[in-house]
Design a protein. Structure first.
Length: 107
């Protein structure tokens, strides 16, 4: 193959291998045009790869948010079903107190 590719663009050197060298020139031009089309048009392969990374990142974010939602749903279920849990949460988060309790806020 190396002897066909030597000075491929000089048609005077085609000789008896005119068809092979002509096809090789055609293949080179077609490949270059295809690559230019893939990389230079507006919706190119780079955009596709970036979109794939964005989708993976969003999928991970959705999974994390679903996990957080499940934890919050469990917390709500516990507070609805157990008065002591709800009272402890109100005291810790909102500094609620029963009459006669002393509240000390230390940050």
């Amino acid at each position: 193959m190396a002897k066909y590719t030597k000075d491929i663009w000089n048609r005077e050197k085609d000789g008896t291998h005119k068809e092979q060298r002509s096809f090789f020139r055609y293949a080179i031009v077609a490949t270059v045009l295809f690559l230019l089309f893939l990389f230079l048009k507006k919706d190119n392969i780079i955009t596709w790869v970036q979109a794939g990374f964005t989708l993976k990142q969003q999928d991970r974010q959705i999974e994390n948010l679903e996990r957080d939602n499940a934890a919050l749903d469990e917390k709500i279920r516990m507070m609805k079903g157990n008065r002591d849990t709800l009272e402890r949460y109100a005291r810790e988060q909102f500094y609620f107190a029963e009459p006669g309790d002393d509240v000390y806020i230390i940050e």
